[in-house]
Design a protein around this ligand. Structure first.
Ligand code: MG
Ligand code: MG
Length: 274
């Protein structure tokens, strides 16, 4: 492992393999939560399911105790107009809600970080479209990542995809990030902007790409709990995230169960997993 300018951490292939172990645990935990989300379950119950799965899988929840004030959950559970960083607790999900679940785990010192937005029962068509556009923009970002390219090639691809699909708010105050021996490392990976800027995309770099998209404004406020980020105008939001790297063969989505193979191939992008 070494560091480039601006603190960018470059991993060896063996270290990337270790990150895959953490990534898989995160991906499996999110799949377990996907099958658990229903009307009547509380976000605190989802948090307990996640923590149990992470610990029984040999990991440590990376969100628990993170930051100031220390984050009290193992997942972020953000409902409806909450975009990210929602604190899990007493809130009970109801039919028609959407919940964004962000999950992070550490295994042997290596981090994985991923998020999904899920519908609870029947949701309005425009909210389902918001979710689809947000997830699609993340995959457009992976598809734009090439060895020798630049970090904002991803940013530009995310924004272009979102803009091509309608009028949405793209958060600018929160971004994707480098990841490895810490959850949040340089460089930032914005979800907007011109291509061809930022650090070079090279072997051993791992990034979390995480578009946060709303049906209205890009402006947000921090709730009284000092954590939950809600839209300023009350519009609903979606958040998808995966941790990924580039191998000589292409992108490898470390937090996707199949490494991203199916989605990448559907986009005509070579799969870089091993
Ligand atoms: Mg995350
Ligand atoms: Mg993240």
């Amino acid at each position: 492992m070494g560091f480039r300018d601006r603190g960018v951490e470059i991993k060896t292939p063996a270290q990337i393999d270790s990150m895959r172990v953490a990534g898989l645990l995160v991906g499996e935990t999110l799949e377990l939560l996907r099958s658990s989300v229903r009307a009547g379950i509380s976000t605190g119950e989802l948090d307990a399911i996640a923590e149990d799965n992470i610990r029984s899988g040999g990991g440590v929840p990376s969100f628990l105790g993170y930051g100031h004030p220390p984050f009290p959950g193992s997942i972020c559970a953000s409902v409806n107009d909450e975009v990210v960083h929602g604190i899990p607790g007493e809130r009970v999900l109801a039919d028609g809600d959407v919940i964004s679940i962000d999950c992070g785990a550490i295994v042997d010192g290596w981090h994985g970080d991923a998020a999904i937005t899920l519908a609870v029962g029947e949701i309005p068509a425009e909210v389902q479209t918001l979710m689809d556009v947000t997830e699609g923009s993340m995959w457009a970002g992976f598809a734009a990542a090439r060895l020798g390219g630049r970090v904002t090639d991803i940013s530009h691809a995310v924004e272009s995809y979102v803009r091509a699909h309608g009028h949405y708010g793209i958060l600018e105050d929160y971004t994707g990030h480098g990841i490895g021996t810490a959850m949040h490392q340089p460089p930032n990976v914005p979800n907007y902007g011109r291509p061809g800027r930022g650090p070079k995309l090279e072997l051993g770099l791992a990034l979390a790409v995480e578009p946060m998209i709303t049906l209205g404004t890009k402006e947000t406020v921090v709730a009284d709990d000092d954590w939950t980020i809600v839209t300023e105008d009350g519009s609903w939001a979606a958040h998808f995230e995966h941790t990924f790297t580039l191998t000589p063969d292409g992108p490898w989505i470390l937090t996707a169960i199949d490494g991203g193979e199916e989605r990448l191939k559907a986009l005509g992008v070579p799969f870089g997993g091993r």
